[in-house]
Every structure is written in structure tokens, then in C-alpha cells.
Write a protein that binds this ligand. Structure first.
Ligand code: SF4
Ligand code: SF4
Length: 56
């Protein structure tokens, strides 16, 4: 289980700085979460303007 960023992502980058384990990086057309690094804290979901990150 990890958080996943949906296609709703508008690549604003806000979540990347909030992640305590640096699991988020810019991908192709949207930001992506490294599932092995994610500790499911929910910080990315809390800061995202479009609700793109969600628990799997
Ligand atoms: Fe990072 Fe927490 Fe989001 Fe996982 S849920 S990607 S650990 S901010
Ligand atoms: Fe995408 Fe939301 Fe992260 Fe912005 S905060 S890069 S819209 S997932």
C-alpha cells in the first residue's frame, strides 16, 4: 500500500516539498510517488489543489 498520484495531477510541484521521505518526483506529464519509499503519511494529499494523491 502506498499513495498514488492520479492523472488529475497538474504538475504544480506542491507535494514534492511536503513529502518527509522525498518519495515524490516529477514524472512524464505528472508527478509520481515511489511506492517503496512512501510511508503513507498523507501530507501530499493534504496539500494537493486537485486531490490527485490518494491511498491505493
Ligand atoms: Fe510522501 Fe506521505 Fe505522500 Fe507518501 S503519503 S508520497 S510519504 S507525502
Ligand atoms: Fe500534482 Fe497535486 Fe502534487 Fe501538484 S500537489 S504536483 S497537482 S499531485
Amino acid at each position: 500500500m502506498a499513495y498514488i498520484i492520479s492523472d488529475e495531477c497538474v504538475s504544480c510541484g506542491a507535494c514534492e516539498a511536503e513529502c518527509p521521505v522525498s518519495a515524490i518526483s516529477e514524472g512524464d506529464g505528472k508527478y509520481v510517488i515511489d511506492a517503496d519509499a512512501c510511508v503513507e503519511c498523507g501530507a501530499c494529499a493534504g496539500v494537493c489543489p486537485v486531490g490527485a494523491p490518494a491511498a491505493e
